[in-house]
Design a protein. Structure first.
Length: 392
């Protein structure tokens, strides 16, 4: 195992009607004027936005609003939010929605707390020295951004999708009410479950250091999401299943499942970022479409981990060679994706890249990771292209 730092300062308020505590939490963390940042119309249609603004009105907390955050959130809206907050004297950010609204709010926070172009942080040219404080009301369990140090933004020019991680961007509080996720389309629920599992799997498939307790937590989380994703497929209003998935989403990406290892592989995410940037696909679906091809490309270099995954997560029988067990685990994972109507290749995802587009994605991915990256197996641009081709 490796030495590690585990820092998770976010205060979590979990349960029914917890959004009603938003004003007291903003005051607790020093907010005096708030930007409420959200995505599309669902927050408005559900009445959640009005409930939030009513609570702020009752508490005498002034606010401004900025909607429009979209999946694969855009840099242009981040710039708009920065200027709005400067004009209005905002000192606290509230992301209401899923990962897109939260990630966009984090980027706005970086832009307000640091001079210069906020894209510099996502382009790896500078390191942030602060972030305006923010809180979260979560409406979809998926990205884990409500407790994580990371955010992902897409620059419209060139369709460049990049992530940035900093402890400054960790939310001060996260309000998690599983009931708020019950209006999600089934497809988005499945995408969220896929993303949650992938955040754990990225940290699980490594060749650098492991702890038994961390592995056990990761495997338990994966089994829990897998089981409850199937429950939600058949019973979308099941509160207990929603709660299990929502809490798993937060734990999957706050660092817990990476304690003691080398930080994880993350190449499935990096490969998907280029898909999301170019084709604007749902993140979870993109991950599912690419994962099997990545796994078959790297598993021989990380065979003990893939065997353990097959046995302890996917329930494969301990029969045959290690390689046969590992491959059976990969196939079982793809069967699970299909069972919740997730794609297992790019055509099922609904995209059909040309060879030129595949090469472009591989090149942009290599540039984005600094040439090569990976822990299960280090991948260079040639390997990235091979995985994209296999995923067709």
């Amino acid at each position: 195992m490796f030495d590690f730092k585990y820092y998770t300062p976010t205060k979590v308020i979990f349960g029914k009607n917890t959004e009603n505590r938003v004003a007291e939490l903003i005051k607790e963390f020093g907010g005096t004027k708030v930007l409420i940042h959200y995505g599309g119309g669902s927050v408005v249609r559900s009445g959640l936005l009005k409930r939030v603004t009513d609570k702020l009105d009752e508490a005498g907390i002034p606010y401004v609003t900025l909607g429009g955050a979209v999946p694969n959130p855009h840099l242009g809206l981040v710039y708009e939010g920065i200027e709005l907050c400067k004009k209005e004297g905002v000192d606290f950010l509230l992301g209401v929605g899923g990962g897109s609204a939260i990630d966009s709010a984090k980027a706005i926070g970086y832009g307000l707390a640091n001079d210069g172009d906020v894209w510099d942080f996502y382009d790896y040219k500078r390191t942030a020295e602060g972030c305006l404080p923010l809180g979260v009301i979560l409406t979809i369990a998926a990205t884990g951004s409500e407790m994580s140090d990371s955010s992902v933004i897409t620059k419209e020019e060139g369709l460049v999708k990049r992530g940035y991680s900093s402890d400054f961007g960790r939310p001060r509080f996260a309000i998690l009410n599983p009931e708020l996720t019950m209006t999600l389309p089934d497809y988005q629920t499945a995408c969220g479950c896929t993303d949650i599992m992938m955040h754990t799997m990225e940290r699980y498939f490594t060749n650098g250091g492991n702890m038994e307790i961390t592995d056990s937590v990761a495997e338990g989380l994966l089994r829990t999401v897998k089981a409850n994703a199937l429950i939600l497929r058949d019973d979308p209003k099941n509160y207990d299943a929603r709660a299990e998935v929502m809490w798993a989403g937060s734990l999957s990406h706050n660092g817990l499942t990476g304690c003691g290892n080398d930080g994880g592989d993350w190449m499935t995410h990096k490969l998907e970022h280029e898909l999301g940037g170019l084709y604007d696909v749902a993140h979870g679906a993109g991950l599912a479409a690419i994962w099997g091809s990545w796994a078959r490309y790297v598993y021989k270099d990380c065979l003990p981990r893939f065997k353990r995954f097959a046995l302890n997560v996917m329930g494969v029988k301990n029969e045959g060679s290690d390689e046969e067990i590992a491959l059976a685990g990969i196939e079982a994972m793809e069967d699970f994706y299909r069972s919740i109507n997730m794609p297992t290749n790019l055509r099922e995802l609904g995209v059909n890249p040309t060879e030129e587009e595949l090469a472009l994605m591989a090149h942009k991915c290599a540039v984005g990771v600094g040439g090569e990256k990976g822990s299960a197996k280090v991948l260079n641009e040639e390997a990235m292209l091979a995985i994209y081709r296999a995923s067709m």
